[in-house]
Design a protein around this ligand. Structure first.
Ligand SMILES: NC(=O)c1ccc[n+]([C@@H]2O[C@H](COP(=O)([O-])OP(=O)(O)OC[C@H]3O[C@@H](n4cnc5c(N)ncnc54)[C@H](OP(=O)(O)O)[C@@H]3O)[C@@H](O)[C@H]2O)c1
Length: 300
């Protein structure tokens, strides 16, 4: 049987690196990860060239404008990368007969529900980033039947910049970290997420697969940002790294430029039912991740 060819858009980003690392350990997958300048979301012809050249069985779009606060002022850049480009990508994928997994975010919700968000709950983004990502989802839905929109959330890993790497950096220079305690979400270890996305891609390519649509995939436990920061510092100290006092503050006190959903919890039940994919054990994986970051051990 031929290997499955996956074209991942994004190379330097956290999820693209996690996907590349996961695919490298599998003999049934050939993954090509492309970033700038090979592909640029602002240049649709670069996406067309990549599809023609690599002839993928499926595309994973892990490239996006991801600066949630920056999107409030760089609104057109966010729109271009997160709304215009995914629609164009979906058109090109439809023309090529290629399905697409498009990554989206909990920021399409306003966080007012008293429970974790399900894929069919009403969307209502609070900020420019969430609005641009929601427009991207709509474009993919309208242009391509064979799509999986996978909303993900609160990702951490040794790759790139994320909440864990930021807390460890701050602990190097500060005695006290002030972290919001009224935002709740589901920490998700990027390698687990990458493994789950690859399983979803393989399942979607099986003959007769019909379950296209919108899914959520995140860790199975929810915590506050403050709780997660405390856990990061505990693991840092255990690994011989820096410590700091972690004080709870409110989102209002923190005063970030962009409003975020206080309830960012997403419910992955549908993904488990359809694909058998579930992400567990964020705390054990946090320990592994922080140890690697603190000690500089080889990445696994
Ligand atoms: N991280 C999270 O917690 C989180 C949560 C919810 C949803 N998501 C979604 O998950 C996906 C992946 O996120 P991530 O955490 O891996 O993001 P990331 O680390 O910020 O990586 C984003 C990638 O997009 C690329 N990119 C940005 N603008 C581009 C353009 N115009 N053309 C080509 N590439 C461009 C970046 O390339 P450069 O390095 O060249 O800039 C980078 O490789 C995104 O769709 C994001 O919205 C992430």
């Amino acid at each position: 049987m031929n290997n499955t060819r996956i074209l991942t858009l994004g190379r330097s980003g956290q999820m693209a690196q996690a996907l590349a690392a996961m695919a490298a350990g599998r003999s049934d997958i050939e993954m090509v990860c492309l970033g700038r300048p090979d592909i640029d979301l602002a240049q649709p012809e670069s996406l067309l060239r990549a599809i023609h050249r690599h002839q993928p069985d499926i595309i994973i779009n892990a490239a996006a404008y991801t600066n949630v606060d920056g999107a409030e002022t760089e609104t057109s850049l966010a729109q271009e990368a997160n709304a215009t480009a995914p629609r164009q990508l979906a058109v090109l994928a439809a023309e090529a007969g290629c399905p697409l997994i498009h990554l989206s975010t909990d920021c399409v919700f306003d966080g007012t529900l008293p429970r974790a968000y399900r894929p069919d709950d009403a969307t209502h983004p609070l900020g420019a980033y969430g609005r641009s990502k929601l427009a991207g989802e709509d474009g993919v839905r309208e242009e391509l039947d064979r799509h999986l929109i996978v909303r993900i959330s609160w990702i951490f890993s040794v790759f790139g910049s994320n909440f864990v790497t930021k807390m460890l950096e701050l602990a190097q220079t500060r005695e006290t970290l002030r972290v919001v305690s009224d935002q709740h979400g589901c920490p998700t270890y990027a390698p687990d997420l990458a493994g789950g996305l690859i399983e979803m891609a393989l399942a979607a390519l099986q003959p007769g697969f019909q379950d296209w649509g919108t899914y959520h995939l995140a860790g199975d436990e929810s915590v506050s940002r403050h709780h997660m920061a405390v856990a990061v510092i505990e693991e840092s100290l255990r690994a011989g790294g820096a410590g700091a006092d972690v004080l709870p503050i409110s989102t209002q006190e923190f005063g970030a430029p962009a409003q975020r959903p206080l309830n960012a919890r997403i419910d992955s039940t549908r993904t488990e039912q359809v694909f058998g994919v579930r992400i567990e054990a964020w705390r054990e994986n946090l320990q592994r991740c922080v140890r690697q970051l603190v000690t500089g051990e080889t990445r696994t």
